[in-house]
Design a protein around this ligand. Structure first.
Ligand code: ADP
Ligand code: MG
Length: 394
């Protein structure tokens, strides 16, 4: 009998719940697209998509664990040698010493000589080709900005010689070094990964619970899928937590009642660490001692504008992109009848400030973006945390 943790795997390759999706643009599956792309010799594949959408899993699925060599943008610092890293990942020693036996010509006497060697880039490329290896540079956005162009330069030369590489990154951030690189133009296969649709997320629950002998209503699967905010990872987490709840109820509990969903959502947030992020956003930028205007909500709380923004994002329905009008309407709905409402311009100013505050912080804080009148939630797990993990009056 399979265990729940083998079936639902939020942090690893989901062997039993892998779902194949079709790209809206091409009408082809992502697996086919990626396979097709890496078969074209002399081309570099750029795979771009939002966080936690299954980019790494797709590469692992298509290339297979024997042939994939994964390096992360985070493996690079200012000095890391690209080829040294590519060699180390496959267990080749790049530089080293060996001792060879030599003999002196006239006397025939033998002696040992220490020699140093360095693998050439050509040797490494050959090794990859001979062994059918594909290098995946994952999370390219983690490589220092100054290094990205240099890496692209190394790749340009290597792909011409049949070295197969996939560069994986988030949209709009790090992909310029690859996609906007004139040297690479005409030598790129581009794959854009869309966020997950509800029907594909539902599949994860349906196939997973079926394998565990647990029955799930289509409607419940759909509800969980909506709450998963286009993230297969969140879907896997929630399903796994549902299993844990059922197990705690007793062995023979094999039906998912709608009542346990909320509990499952709340339990799921325990997996995430956004406490500090939420409190930073609620606090907003430093006011240098001045206190902010407070607004009275329907529930009788007094919130300043940043607290209202956080509240509004968490409202129903869960949406990853909110136009300013939507943010405003959500905030106005929170305010008690007849009480003062924040002015639209003040809200816009606060959104600009929030954006500035978060973009200079570490990656975990980069959860929101305010751009061209739209508030983008960049991290689905963060929005989920806001909806289910944050308790009132905290
Ligand atoms: N095709 C898929 N089918 C089912 N679950 C998936 C699929 N792709 C990803 N997942 C789930 O989402 C998690 C995160 O995927 P990952 O590839 O690491 O995202 P990314 O690399 O885009 O950040 C995986 O560990 C897995 O639980
Ligand atoms: Mg990844």
């Amino acid at each position: 009998m399979l265990k729940a943790e083998d079936v639902f795997r939020p942090g690893a390759f989901p062997e039993y719940t892998y779902v194949s999706r079709t790209s809206a643009l091409s009408g082809l599956t992502y697996e086919f697209r990626l396979n097709q792309a890496i078969k074209v010799s002399g081309f570099l594949t750029s795979l771009v998509g939002p966080s936690k959408m299954g980019k790494t899993i797709l590469c692992e699925k298509v290339i297979g664990l024997e042939n994939i060599v994964e390096i992360s943008g985070a493996d690079f610092d200012d000095k890391t040698d690209f080829w040294k890293l590519a060699a180390a990942k496959v267990g080749l020693s790049y530089e080293g010493q060996f001792t060879s036996e030599k003999s002196i010509p006239e006397s025939g006497n033998k002696y040992f000589k220490k020699e140093t060697f360095a693998l050439t880039k050509d040797k490494i490329i050959d090794y990859y080709k001979e062994n059918d290896l594909v290098l995946v540079i994952d999370d390219f956005h983690y490589a220092p900005e100054a290094r990205r162009m240099q890496i692209a330069q190394q790749l340009k030369d290597a792909i011409r010689r049949g070295f197969k590489t996939i560069v994986v990154s988030l949209p709009h951030r790090a992909d310029e070094a690859i996609r906007q690189n004139a040297d690479l133009s005409g030598r790129l296969s581009l794959i854009n990964m869309d966020p997950w649709e509800v029907k594909d997320l539902e599949e994860i629950a349906k196939i997973g619970f079926a394998q565990l002998g647990i029955s799930i209503d289509d409607q419940i699967a759909a509800q969980i899928a909506v709450e998963s905010l286009s993230s297969p990872q969140l879907m896997q987490y929630i399903c796994l937590n549902i299993c844990t709840i059922l197990e705690m109820k007793g062995e023979d509990c094999r039906v998912i009642e709608p009542e346990i969903l909320e509990t499952a959502y709340r339990y799921t947030t325990a997996n995430f660490e956004y406490g500090e992020v939420v409190s930073l956003i609620r606090k907003g930028p430093n006011t240098r001692g001045k206190s902010r205007n407070k607004f009275r909500t329907r529930k009788g709380q007094d919130y300043d504008i940043y607290e209202l923004i956080v509240k509004s994002i968490a409202e129903n329905p869960p949406i990853m992109q909110l136009k300013f009008e939507e943010v405003k309407d959500r905030i106005y709905k929170l305010i008690a009848d007849g009480c003062e409402k924040p002015k639209p311009q003040a809200m816009k100013d606060s959104l600009v400030k929030l954006h500035e505050l978060l973009t200079v912080k570490e990656d975990i804080f980069k959860v929101l973006e305010w751009k061209d009148g739209v508030l983008y939630i960049l991290d689905p797990l963060f929005l989920f945390y806001l909806r289910w993990g944050v308790r009132e009056n905290v």
